[in-house]
Ligand binder design. Structure first.
Ligand code: PEP
Length: 247
């Protein structure tokens, strides 16, 4: 039985003091172990939010990470910096990073491998554009993202990875995929993972849906057999996040 995981992606929102205030507001509302709850916060907010959630059941996540150990990579954050600060999860390959910061399946793959080396749990994102959906190539496109992004990950490690299916047309738009649309792709992702590893291994991997998840639609989405929780943007910055966690 896969445990559901609900992760908030705060994106480029909240200064350190605002982040602490948000974390403190949310902690009593979402401090549960019925689902894994993660706050993925901007790099500069990691240390103060770690302090604000200390002693709770909430885990800390980062929104990105570089694939080298250390060195002359101005502006980047290393995996050891994250683990030393108490980070457990890291979002990798979010569509906004692919779109604005030139991330590719190849760099995402390097990051996933490096995160696993450091015992960080990657939340690897994939998702199609509206144009790809309209052309009917969604599943083919996602298959490539999964095969490239997770290329070379061992069978032991793959069960630690969380995959987030996030149709780009549904991110921040208020336009959610229907539960049937989301399930179709999440089931296809599990199918690809089954081909890459085996069915039993694929059954252990958690697959989230992301894209305008809110307090009203979470329960229906999370009831789908292949949807193991959500990656939540906008609604993770509000009290409403509690309705998603306690769906
Ligand atoms: C996201 O940023 O991963 C996301 C799904 O955003 P939103 O919930 O705002 O659509």
């Amino acid at each position: 039985m896969r445990k559901k995981i609900v992760a908030g992606n705060w994106k480029m929102n909240k200064t350190p003091s605002e982040a602490v205030a948000l974390a403190k507001m949310l902690v009593p509302l979402v401090n549960t172990d019925k689902v894994d709850v993660v706050f993925c916060v901007p790099a500069i907010d990691i240390i103060p939010v770690a302090e604000a959630i200390k002693g709770t059941k909430i885990a800390l996540g980062a929104e990105n990470m570089y694939f080298e150990e250390s060195g002359a990579y101005t502006g980047e954050i290393s995996p050891a910096m994250l683990t030393d600060a108490g980070v457990k999860y890291v979002i990798l390959g979010h569509s906004e990073r692919r779109q604005y910061f030139a991330e590719t399946d190849e760099t995402v793959n390097k990051k996933v491998k490096k995160a696993l080396e450091h015992n960080l749990i990657p939340i690897m994102c994939c998702g199609e554009t509206l144009e790809q959906r309209e052309k009917g190539i969604t599943i083919d496109f996602i298959r490539t993202q999964i095969k490239c992004g997770l290329n070379g990950i061992s069978k032991d490690d793959i069960t630690k990875v969380v995959v987030a299916y996030e149709p780009i047309w549904a991110i921040g738009t208020g336009k959610t995929a229907t539960s049937a649309e989301a399930e179709e792709v999440c089931a296809a992702i599990r199918g690809v993972l089954g081909e890459m590893y085996d069915k039993e291994t694929a059954e252990k991997i958690r697959i989230q849906y992301g894209g305008s998840v809110n307090g009203k639609n979470a329960a229906e989405l999370f009831a789908m057999p292949d949807i193991d929780g959500g990656l939540v943007g906008g609604a993770s910055l509000k009290e409403e996040f509690k309705d998603i966690v306690n769906y």
